[in-house]
Design a protein around this ligand. Structure first.
Ligand code: ADP
Ligand code: MG
Length: 157
């Protein structure tokens, strides 16, 4: 199940996505490279997750994350995209994104309209914010992972 691999720690470069227009919807998603995605447990279910994220050695923010099927590879490979719940002054392509995934919200869904999609994502964001204020999730915001030098990835500790 989705929870078996959690919390899941991951660090990698932010790359250009497939321009699905996430930013135009007001919900930009920072994409990890194919290499980082391949390092994920292969049995981690697709769907919407939440957790904590930090860009470079910046502040740690709440995030929602989607693990989905990558249309570039005819949906045989996964994509991992993080929407950080914070307003950034500038894009941060090429920077190192560190995340810890702490919980699961729902499976992937198809929506009848763009409006339905956007309101579902807004609900996901509200759910993530609430969950992340609970002590068991909040404590991971302070995890040493976010203060370690780049490159040191410590999973399952
Ligand atoms: P792409 O298809 O290249 O991933 P998006 O429309 O999903 O394009 O926008 C993602 C980019 O927006 C990120 O790579 C990052 O540089 C920038 N960005 C700005 N604010 C945020 C945010 N709050 N969360 C995630 N990415 C953000
Ligand atoms: Mg994106």
């Amino acid at each position: 199940g989705a929870m078996r691999n959690l919390p899941y720690f991951c660090r990698g470069e932010v790359v250009k996505g497939f321009g699905r227009g996430s930013k135009e919807l007001g919900i930009p998603t920072a994409n990890f490279s194919e290499q980082v995605v391949e390092s994920f447990p292969s049995d981690i279910p697709t769907g919407i997750y939440y957790g904590w994220a930090c860009v470079g050695n910046g502040d740690v923010h709440k995030m929602v994350l989607s693990i989905g099927w990558n249309p570039f590879y005819k949906n045989i490979k996964k994509s991992v995209e993080t929407h950080i719940i914070h307003t950034f002054k500038e894009d941060f392509y090429g920077e190192i994104l560190s995340i810890v995934i702490t919980g699961y919200i729902r499976p992937e869904k198809n929506f009848d309209s763009l409006d339905a999609l956007i309101s579902a994502i807004q609900e996901d964001i509200e759910e993530a914010k609430r969950q992340l204020d609970l002590p068991e999730h909040l404590k991971l915001k302070e995890d040493n992972f976010f203060h370690l030098p780049e490159g040191k990835i410590v999973n399952n500790h």
